[in-house]
Design a protein around this ligand. Structure first.
Ligand code: CMC
Length: 432
């Protein structure tokens, strides 16, 4: 429910005396919004391709101030969460609105661990995919298929069903993500180990084999946890809006999250972490940076500086700063502080931050600029990067979906500015 209007905007069409009064709401933070819902009844729609000025819902979960570079989850700054919290605690916060006390935290961790395995039958589903399928293609299909496995929790009107589904998704997504990887490698799936924490268990499922244990380094597990944490939610981005739009039809949550995964796949969104690494490899050497920067600035080249720019942040993405620090820690731990890709990334970042083109357009590094370098150092193949993003974003998608379903909501149904033919008569084939 929106708050009471603080003011009204008066929309007068062509100076007509009878203005249309539009309520203005002020949220607890951020830009005031003009409620245009009644405009349709007055014979007008609003027009905003790409939703650059449109708030699609009200939400209590995440707040971004793009000019200041601020990201808050339930009011807590991302830097403080990254420093003091961990991914599962953040999942609890996103889902429930408050940080857990010790007993709540222990119980939440216990429940998530209880759900880490997937239905044994799901393993057969993987076999329908080609071995060389992109892991995101597999993930979209398998997550959508979960609705065929968990019939006992599909009543979206039942809060208990929604709660179990949220727990199942958060618990099973890393298992599915690791299965996508194992399948592409032709290796057997590795069962979860519930004596490990969330991120360490994911690394175990990725890298252990039935013949060889994988010793999880605490620094790498911490880095993995941070990557999940930094991706956990980001208010009404393209994939989250997709989840909400799919959910507004009453579709089941597994189908909605599969839709979100599909939307995340694109290189302008979650696919950017993969694209950053490909770009750094294409540049190859510091001496080529100049010619690439020229291309990035030339619209006709169709090439963008991947990992730079954001629809909302017109300042440093606060997640990028934490990511940069984590990157240094990981490379130090692995003894590859002089990693050539990291050096190249740092050089490129410095040049771009001083270049007029990027400065004037307020293009700063985003979360994806450094995450790929960390993931590569951990040993995760590039095709898995967006799968990792999807794994981390799951609590955000499910919290936003749950928030919408718990409120009164309407099916999402945008209108359009039609520019096609007006009505005309059908022409039979022999008269064309
Ligand atoms: N490289 C070069 N020019 C850029 C870039 C870039 N990365 N990003 C934006 N611009 C230019 C763009 O050409 C335009 O210039 P002009 O004003 O002269 O026409 C201006 O900056 C504004 O760009 P826009 O495309 O209108 O901005 P947008 O808000 O629609 O796009 C974006 C945001 C993230 C899609 C875009 O910045 C981009 O494509 N970045 C690279 C991909 C990337 O890193 N994506 C990850 C985003 S963060 C993770 C996530 O949310 O999924």
């Amino acid at each position: 429910m929106p708050p009471k209007p603080t003011k009204y905007a008066h929309l007068s069409i062509d100076g007509e005396a009878d203005a249309i009064d539009l309520p203005i709401y002020q949220g607890s933070e951020g830009t005031p919004v003009i409620d245009v819902a009644k405009l349709g009844a007055n014979g007008y729609f609003t027009y905003d391709p790409g939703f650059v000025s449109t708030a699609s819902c009200d939400s209590d979960i995440t707040y971004i101030d793009g000019d200041q570079g601020i990201l808050l989850h339930r009011g807590y700054p991302i830097e403080e969460l990254a420093e003091g919290s961990n991914y599962l605690e953040l999942c609890y916060l996103l889902l429930n609105g408050e940080l857990p006390n010790q007993a709540q935290n222990d119980e939440f961790v216990r429940i998530i661990k209880k759900h880490t395995m997937v239905h044994e039958q799901l393993a057969f589903f993987f076999r329908g995919f080609r071995r060389d399928a992109h892991p995101m293609a597999i993930m979209c299909g398998v997550v959508g298929a979960l609705s065929a496995f968990y019939h006992d929790s599909l009543d979206i009107e039942n809060p208990e069903h929604r709660r179990i589904t949220a727990h199942r998704l958060i618990a099973k997504i890393p298992t599915i993500a690791a299965m996508c990887y194992k399948y592409s490698q032709g290796q057997p799936f590795i069962y979860p180990r519930n004596d490990l924490d969330y991120a360490a268990n994911f690394l175990h499922m990725m890298f252990a084999t039935p013949c060889e244990n994988y010793e999880v380094s605490p620094t790498l597990a911490r880095a993995m946890d941070r990557i999940f944490l930094l991706h956990a939610d980001h208010e009404q981005n393209a994939s989250t809006s997709t989840v909400r739009l799919a959910g507004s039809t009453g579709a089941n949550p597994f189908a909605c999250i599969a839709a979100g995964i599909a939307a995340l796949w694109g290189p302008a969104h979650g696919g950017a972490n993969e694209a950053v690494l490909t770009m750094l490899r294409d540049i190859g050497d510091e001496k080529h940076i100049g010619e690439f920067v020229k291309k990035f600035k030339d619209k006709d080249s169709g090439v963008r500086l991947m990992g730079f720019g954001h629809r909302v942040y017109k300042n440093y993405d606060p997640r990028a700063k934490v990511m940069q620090q984590t990157c240094k820690e990981v490379l130090e731990e692995l003894g590859v502080e002089n990693d050539p890709l990291l050096r190249l990334a740092q050089k490129l970042e410095k040049i771009a931050l001083e270049d007029d083109y990027f400065v004037q357009r307020k293009l700063y590094p985003n979360v994806d600029f450094y995450s790929g370098i960390i993931l590569k150092a951990i040993g995760i193949p590039v095709e898995m990067f967006t799968v990792i993003f999807a794994t981390g974003r799951t609590p955000g998608w499910i919290s936003q979906w749950n928030e919408m379903i718990s409120q009164s909501y309407k099916i999402g149904r945008p209108r359009q500015l039609y520019q096609g033919h007006s009505q005309r008569r059908y022409v039979p084939m022999d008269k064309r």
